[in-house]
Design a protein around this ligand. Structure first.
Ligand code: KIV
Length: 281
């Protein structure tokens, strides 16, 4: 928790090396999405280590049903805004649907996210079939986070937002995917919606930090969409979502306090609880 922008600036910015060191020391990495400067600053002050400008913005900002319609220009616009608010956190930006369908598209769009959006790292979805793209970007100096497990850009192939890797064969494939991606140079893995035991295996196998969302408590860090922890979206929530806008006594807290409570819970290992994890069935 930081008291002011000056306080944030007095600290070294988070880098890929910081994230690796945190993992080595066993310090959990707290990550959140943000889409504008004000919320990004509030998250930075709360001590968030990584801020993701996710293509979830298609759903929570643009009101779409999926992330498929998000463009590279959309991500650049929001990443630039986030970068204005951030002083310490590491900024990751999503490569949207089809923006990395070829090596040429991938390098052009990843470069734009870094040069025009001021992202520190890009994130792309998919398994071992993306290893060539990861290697192409990584060997040219672009830090990459590889997103495995539930890949929301594949929603129309998957037929819905479902837990992935429950069957043994699918779990083994995901372990192979993760290895191929880190062998190709991915600096970070993000794992979405998998049984907690598979999250643990992925983390144990991985040479780089593993950030989970609905992937259990044994991974190296956690990420949530900020709208979920602020409980602003109506309707049923996924099992791993916790409402941080109320304290232990049920009293409402400020947005700033909600972000701080999330970071503290991740660092203490009390988020996610057993009830907030998926298990193989
Ligand atoms: O787009 C996004 O916000 C994400 C998170 C769900 C991790 O990829």
């Amino acid at each position: 928790m930081y008291s002011s922008v000056q306080d944030l600036r007095a600290n070294a910015p988070v880098t890929v090396s910081t994230l690796r060191e945190m993992r080595e020391k066993g310090e959990k990495i707290a990550c959140l999405t943000a889409y504008d400067a004000s919320f990004a600053l509030a998250e930075d002050l709360a001590g968030t280590d990584v801020i993701l400008v996710g293509d979830s913005l298609g759903m929570v900002i643009q009101g779409e049903k999926t992330t498929v319609g998000v463009s590279t220009d959309d991500i650049i616009y929001h990443t630039r805004a986030v970068a204005q608010g951030v002083h310490r956190a590491f900024i990751m930006a999503d490569m949207p649907f089809m923006s990395y369908a070829t090596l040429d598209l991938a390098i052009t769009n990843a470069t734009r996210l870094m040069q025009e959006g001021h992202a520190n790292m890009i994130k792309l979805e998919g398994g071992e079939q993306q290893a060539e793209i990861v290697e192409y970007l990584s060997t040219r100096g672009i830090p990459v986070c590889a997103h495995v497990g539930l890949c929301p850009q594949l929603i129309h192939k998957l037929g819905g937002f479902k837990v992935q890797g429950r069957e043994a064969a699918a779990a083994q494939q995901m372990l192979r995917d993760a290895k191929a991606l880190t062998d190709a140079g991915a600096d970070l893995l993000l794992v979405e919606c998998v049984p907690a035991a598979l999250g643990r295996e992925l983390s144990e196998q991985s040479p780089v930090p593993v950030i989970g969302i609905g992937a259990g408590s044994a991974v190296d860090g956690q990420i949530l969409v900020m709208h979920d922890l602020l409980n602003v979206m109506p309707g049923q929530k996924p099992r791993f979502v916790r409402d941080f806008t109320v304290d232990a006594d049920g009293a409402a807290v400020s947005v700033q306090a909600a972000f701080a409570a999330y970071v503290a819970a991740v660092k203490a290992g009390s988020y996610p609880s057993a009830a907030e994890q998926f298990f193989a069935e």
